[in-house]
Structure formats: structure tokens, C-alpha cells
Design a protein. Structure first.
Length: 231
């Protein structure tokens, strides 16, 4: 990804202030994007990565898996990077047409509807804790089996916290801890992972191209046809 000079300078400042972070390089690349989006250095210790979250998320993105988001701000935050990389289909719970009902917020109802349509999608929840609660319930009921989940809704209660419940499930996930989160942070996490995945994809394609070129150079020229004498 090409950075504007001002953002590149901000990233350099983040690197300078967090030089002893202790995170793996790939995890840090995602975390620094959350810090850049929020200006909050607490995210250095406030983002949970499940085992193999980054590799599973990258594989799902590269496979052009459908992405389900809860809020239009998340959709706007990731759609440009998506269009410039793997062009995954993106659907938003808040914009999904559902039947009117009073027991759930419209966003949560939309996410549930999309989860039934795309049970193996990538889910990015950046605003609605109720939407995450419903997604967790669907996973427990084996009605949804997401390829990967980013959960970053702001949370102000600890009782029955759906983010904590998600972290205990066998689903690849990246989760903001405690009350931290928001649509911009969720989008930043996805954009960071997209950048990492696209770089790896570009490197793999370049390596394959170099391998093919080397094989062509090493391949001996074809022998000229041998004339068969007439009898």
C-alpha cells in the first residue's frame, strides 16, 4: 500500500514510541494500524489474536471469501482496500433488508440474516455488541462457522461479554479487549491484514514468475529436426 507522507510520518512515530513492543512482526503490523486509526497506544496490549488468526484470516481473504460487516462505517473503511486487492464481496448488516421485528436491533437482525446466507463468511463486527452476541450464539448452535472473525464493538459491561465468549471458541479471531473498539478500529484491523496478505500474495506471484523464467533459461534448446533419407 502506498502511504501519504503525513501517514508515513505518523507510522514512523508509532514505531519509534513502541520499539520494544515484543509483538510478532505480523501482529504488530495490524496493531499499529489500530493505533494509527485511533491515536490510542493502549491497543498495543489490548488486541487479542487467537492461534493461527493471522494465517487463517489471510487465507480467507486471499480465497476471496465473502465479508459480512455490521456497520456502514466498517464497510466504508475497508472497501477501497478490498477493491485494490482481492475484491471480496462485502455485505453490511445495517443495509440488509429484513422483516420488521422488535426483539433485536436492526443491525443485529441484518447480521443474523447474512450469517444464515453466508455461514462460512469473514465477519467484521465493529459497532454492535448485540450483533456479535447473535453471531456467537449461531456459532455455538453450529448454524454458522465463520472462516475468520474480527470483533471490535465497544463494550461497557463485563457480564456475558460476547467478545470474551468468542475468544473461547475454536474460531480464528482478532478481538479488542475490554471496552475498547469501534468501527474505525475494526476497519483498521482488516486493512492491516489485507496489506500483509496482498504483500505475501505479490511476493509469491513474483517468486513463481522468477522460477518460470529461470526454468525457461535452463531448458536446453530443441534439437533441429533430423532429415530422414529417402529410400
Amino acid at each position: 500500500m502506498e502511504w501519504h507522507a503525513s501517514n508515513a510520518k505518523k507510522l514512523a512515530t508509532i514505531d519509534l514510541l513502541t520499539y520494544n513492543h515484543g509483538l510478532a512482526p505480523a501482529a504488530y503490523a495490524v496493531v499499529r494500524r489500530a493505533i494509527l486509526a485511533s491515536g490510542d497506544f493502549d491497543y498495543l496490549n489490548s488486541i487479542h489474536f487467537s492461534p493461527n488468526a493471522l494465517t487463517s484470516g489471510a487465507a480467507a481473504l486471499a480465497a476471496r471469501t465473502t465479508i459480512v460487516v455490521d456497520d456502514p462505517m466498517v464497510q466504508v473503511g475497508i472497501v477501497r482496500t478490498i477493491q485494490d486487492t482481492f475484491a471480496n464481496p462485502v455485505y453490511c448488516g445495517a443495509e440488509t433488508i429484513t422483516r420488521p421485528q422488535r426483539t433485536k436491533p436492526a443491525i443485529a437482525w441484518g447480521v443474523e440474516t447474512l450469517a444464515h446466507r453466508y455461514p462460512e463468511a469473514i465477519f467484521v463486527i465493529g459497532q454492535s455488541s448485540e450483533a456479535l452476541r447473535i453471531l456467537v450464539a449461531l456459532i455455538k448452535a453450529q448454524e454458522a462457522m465463520p472462516a475468520f472473525v474480527v470483533a471490535a464493538p465497544p463494550s461497557f459491561t463485563t457480564a456475558s461479554n460476547p467478545k470474551q465468549q468468542l475468544m473461547e471458541l475454536n474460531i480464528p479471531n482478532i478481538v479488542t479487549k475490554g471496552g475498547k473498539g469501534g468501527a474505525c478500529v475494526a476497519a483498521a484491523i482488516v486493512d492491516g491484514l489485507l496489506d500483509l496478505t496482498w504483500q505475501a500474495y505479490d511476493l509469491k506471484a513474483a517468486a513463481q514468475q522468477r522460477y518460470q523464467e529461470q526454468n525457461r533459461k535452463l531448458k536446453p534448446p530443441a534439437s533441429p529436426p533430423v532429415a530422414v533419407p529417402s529410400t
